[in-house]
Design a binder for this molecule. Structure first.
Ligand code: SAM
Length: 232
């Protein structure tokens, strides 16, 4: 399964670079072999290898296999973490089905701007692996006050708060509709930030249990709980 730039449709498509290396060098693709393709906008398509060179190959794109998926209306808003951890988080967010990843800069955030290209590459790789036909949007990093100021009226914000809150699963089951979870940085939110978040009418403080989880673990746990609660 390969992500390619759109638009996809019937016709021929040349694959070059690392993707060609993967198909030819690693997967040993031969003429006649099938390759599934998706572009994040038009579902999944069947390609059949028509010509295989050393550094590129041509696929005959023949038919649409699946339409674009119905993406759960759920965002993950999380403070950027150090390289390995934010990469892991982006990968898991994609696998677990989030529609959008929003990096939120807080007072204790130690990494100001995660590398967009790298995060997007991790999400594309995860989408290729897990069978998604859409790659989550990666929003521009936003400071916490701006996030709260511009928060959409109709979207619940589940604020993962290690100091206490409603049990997350129950809170999520009770509030259906568009939602997001907010996860703090390694050092957590400070008291003023916590107060500002809780003052947002759409915010619901939730607990993920009695143990303090690392931010990346908390993100994966919260997203999993929401997906389970929503049946997505
Ligand atoms: N303030 C803490 C400290 O340094 O001791 C820890 C912050 S925790 C590592 C990072 C983030 O994960 C928190 O801001 C919160 O959003 C989330 N989190 C961790 N454990 C949680 C729990 N048990 N319930 C809800 N959220 C949790």
């Amino acid at each position: 399964r390969l992500f390619v730039d759109g638009p996809l449709g019937p016709g021929q498509r040349r694959i070059e670079g690392p993707q060609a290396h993967y198909l030819v060098g690693v997967m040993r693709t031969k003429v006649g072999d099938p390759v599934k393709l998706f572009d994040g906008a038009s579902g999944e398509w069947l390609g059949v290898a028509a010509a295989v060179g050393k550094r590129d190959l041509v696929l005959d794109v023949t038919e649409q296999l699946r339409p674009l998926e119905q993406v759960p209306n759920f965002w993950l808003c999380a403070a950027p973490l150090k390289k390995g951890r934010i990469d892991w988080l982006a990968e898991k967010a994609c696998e677990l089905g989030v529609a959008r990843l929003v990096p939120v800069v807080t007072r204790r955030t130690v990494v100001d701007k995660p590398k967009d290209e790298r995060l997007r590459a991790h999400m594309i790789e995860a989408a290729e692996q897990c069978g998604r036909t859409a790659v989550p949007d990666l929003a521009d990093p936003v400071k916490l006050p701006a996030l709260l100021r511009e928060w959409p009226t109709e979207r619940s914000l589940f604020f993962a708060d290690e100091t206490g809150g409603e049990p997350a699963m129950e809170a999520m089951r009770e509030r259906t509709g568009p939602a997001a979870v907010l996860i703090g940085p390694e050092g957590g939110f400070d008291a003023e930030e916590r107060e500002a978040i809780r003052a947002l009418p759409q915010a619901v403080g939730v607990s993920l249990g009695p143990r303090i989880l690392r931010a990346d673990t908390a993100a994966a746990a919260a997203v999993s709980l929401w997906m389970a609660a929503a049946g997505d």
